[in-house]
Design a protein around this ligand. Sequence first.
Ligand SMILES: [Mg+2]
Length: 119
Amino acid sequence: MSSSNDQLTLRIRRIIDFRDARDWKQFHNPKDISISLVLEATEVLEHFQWKNKEEMEEHIKKNKDSIGEELADVLYWILLMCHDLKIDILAALDDKLKKNEQKYPVEKARGNHTKYNKL
Ligand SMILES: [Mg+2]
């Protein structure tokens, strides 16, 4: 059985193979990849624009596949950028989670949305 790290590596390989088969690396630089990442994130946001809590819940029920597709688009650009910049995203995530655990200690942050510098 393969680890989740192996699974991630396979997906990154698939993304890069997809790009290489189309000779698109020439269009990819950190700025334009970042723009693509943000544009895809706004497509996630678009699902919820102008909806109140009840409307969002209903929308999620009916559009889970489409929302998942937009989230996959965001992840695609994240993984592509991590590949190109040689960033180990799982290690970066682990480091960031550790920092967040320190910035937001449970005893201060539980049930409280105040930013860490105001806790
Ligand atoms: Mg999209």
